[in-house]
Write a protein that binds this ligand. Structure first.
Ligand code: PLP
Length: 415
């Protein structure tokens, strides 16, 4: 009854969201530390009738594009100012990631996007599900992927894929990184740009956590460097570089469904605008986001508060995890998550030594205890045992969640 692709998509498993209402312990999903501040701000706005129409079209009003250009010029410190004409909006970065895959790679031609691993798990569907594009994951080591050492690993990955007949058309990075919470150094970004220039491939940089970065008080931390802050002269033709950003993370406003791509490539931008017509953001969302971005006083205090809360919760989480004897990637200073190493606790004796099956079993046990965490398998971790815990919930929930993780991994019952 369905087409071949329809049948394939029917198996993917995306469905409506959970209908059970928010509960601080049983169902904290999606409620972020800053949501009440954001909701208060939105409730002060008045919309006029212009938001009820198609407005200026489908991929970003001039007002939102100018507000975003000003915002990025202030916080991303671009080497040359970002102009509103370089920006295209759509209903979220998820959609724009897919659109990047569509416009940079040909389907059915063994064309691929290269990514380091571990990396944000949804890339595996977002970039591929409807595009026919393949992904090439390269093992770049947990921390090495933020130092220039990663360039050689990517180069080797590129050559190895080429030898198999895979034609890599783009390198995708996530900076600041999900799930590791690191920011790329300027040197590393330059190395990656040089690699992309040598190979003639695009660099797509998902910078959705750009301002969810906090200075650690206990050790040095890397600050955020946008790839756009690098002067491309003598390194790469700017036409190969595209940056993604959006409202979902730094502003806690994933409900607005609003993201943008910034590029100096006119053909790329024209192609994006054509296909993003099918995923255009709501005029109401753009009005809200523009009001937020234009209100410098609100924005300053919102971001300060958000970064302070994220730092506080991260340090609380790390201290509780250490007390529980759970190791984790301790270099992160961005994002809402910590990358846990639960490999010593995998019940491999119950899975005939199979680490991936043991990870699934542990994940089920955590789920039964009311703790939901993404697994390393979803995030393409090279080895089993990694889990991603989100700490941007209220402190009681965080403490209770880590207490439960600790009980489950030590084999105790959770009461
Ligand atoms: C790296 C990264 N990119 C994109 C997204 C999705 O963004 P949006 O809500 O704008 O679709 C996420 C959400 O978790 C993310 O972590």
């Amino acid at each position: 009854m369905l087409s071949a692709r329809g049948l394939q998509w029917a198996q993917v498993g995306y469905a409506h969201g959970a209908q059970d209402r928010y509960h601080p312990l049983r169902n904290p999903r999606g409620v972020w530390l800053m949501h009440s501040d954001l909701a208060r701000f939105i409730n002060t706005l008045n919309f006029d009738e212009s938001s009820c129409s198609y407005g200026e079209g489908f991929t970003g009003t001039l007002r939102i594009r100018e507000a975003m250009a000003n915002h990025m010029n202030k916080f991303f410190k671009p080497a040359s100012p970002i102009d509103a004409e370089e920006i295209t909006f759509a209903a979220g970065v998820t959609d724009l990631n897919e659109a990047c895959a569509l416009v940079t790679c040909n389907p059915d031609a063994k064309e691929a996007i290269m990514l380091g691993r571990p990396v944000y798990g949804s890339f595996s569907r977002d970039l591929c599900m409807r595009t026919g594009v393949e992904l090439e994951y390269v093992s770049v080591g947990n921390t090495d992927q933020f130092t220039p050492a990663c360039v050689a690993a990517y180069e080797a990955g590129y050559e190895e894929a080429k030898a198999r007949g895979r034609n890599i058309r783009a390198l995708m990075i996530c900076n600041p990184h999900n799930p590791l919470g690191n920011c790329y150094t300027r040197e590393t970004l330059i190395g990656l740009l040089q690699l992309c220039a040598r190979k003639g491939i695009h660099l797509i940089s998902d910078e959705i956590y750009a301002l969810s970065v906090y200075k650690r008080t206990d050790r040095p931390s890397e600050s955020f460097t946008s790839v756009r802050s690098i002067d491309f002269s003598g390194i790469i033709d700017p036409k190969w570089v595209h940056v993604l950003y959006g409202m979902s993370k730094d502003f806690g406003a994933c409900g607005l469904r609003l993201g943008c791509v910034v590029s100096q490539n006119r053909d790329f931008n024209n192609a994006m605008r054509s296909i993003c017509r099918f995923s255009s953001p709501s005029q109401f969302s753009m009005e809200i986001a523009a009001s937020l971005l234009e209100n410098q006083d609100f924005l300053r205090s919102f971001l300060e508060k958000s970064q302070a809360r994220l730092l506080h919760n991260r340090l609380v989480a790390e201290s509780l995890l250490s007390q529980a004897g759970i190791s984790f990637h301790d270099k992160g200073n961005a994002g809402f998550f910590i990358w846990l190493d639960l490999s010593p606790f995998l019940p491999t004796e119950e899975t005939s030594g199979d680490g991936w099956k043991a990870q699934k079993l542990l994940s089920e046990r955590l789920g039964k205890a009311g703790v939901s965490m993404s697994t390393g398998e979803t995030y393409r971790a090279p080895e089993p045992g990694m889990f991603r815990v989100i700490f941007s919930v209220d402190e009681d929930t965080l403490r209770e969640g880590i207490r439960r993780i600790s009980r489950v991994v030590s084999g105790a019952s959770v009461e």
